[in-house]
Design a protein around this ligand. Structure first.
Ligand SMILES: [Zn+2]
Length: 176
């Protein structure tokens, strides 16, 4: 049995997202499941190092897979190796494997399943839009600053003009 405390630890450690496909609780509208990387049926423990926060789809595809001998059939363990070591995300949202483990994991967990590719593309667009928005916000701030500066300059010029008019008036009055 996994205690609530361990469950919370695993959730937090994963940033509330599936450690295999990165779909989040917010995206799926609920808590995800906990996967035993080495299945309990194959001798895996409830130790937090063996626990992976995992969406129901990835869990369903992984099932009780456990590689015993053939090294080519090793499944990526997100606990031990970073994502970038085995995969890159292409512009079209597809995951491209960089290693044999990457190839096997994509096949086994169906990491290029259609809704997941669409999800990656949407995320990418969102990020791009956020980046643009922040760029425009900065631009607006700069324009506002420039505008304030310009207003101050105009005011100073008006005051200067007033002073000049006063001086001219004085000058002409003296000459009369
Ligand atoms: Zn997943």
């Amino acid at each position: 049995m996994i205690s609530d405390e361990i469950r919370e630890k695993v959730r937090n450690r994963a940033g509330f997202a599936c450690e295999y496909c990165r779909v989040t609780e917010t995206d799926t509208g609920g808590m995800l499941t906990i996967d035993h990387f080495q299945p309990k049926t194959k001798g895996g423990s409830d130790n937090s190092d063996n626990l992976i926060y995992c969406c129901t789809r990835c869990n369903q595809y992984k099932l009780d897979y456990w590689q015993v001998r053939n090294i080519d059939m090793a499944l990526w363990n997100p606990r031990h190796k970073p994502f970038s070591e085995h995969f890159i995300v292409l512009d079209d949202g597809m995951l491209y494997p960089l290693t044999q483990t990457g190839i096997f994991t994509i096949q086994r967990l169906r990491l290029n399943r259609h809704p997941l590719v669409a999800y990656r593309l949407r995320k990418r667009h969102q990020l791009e839009e956020e980046r643009l928005l922040s760029h425009y916000r900065n631009l607006v701030q700069l324009l506002e600053k420039a505008n304030t500066h310009l207003l101050r300059l105009t005011k100073e010029q008006q005051e200067l003009l007033k002073e000049q008019q006063c001086l001219l008036r004085l000058f002409f009055n003296q000459r009369k």
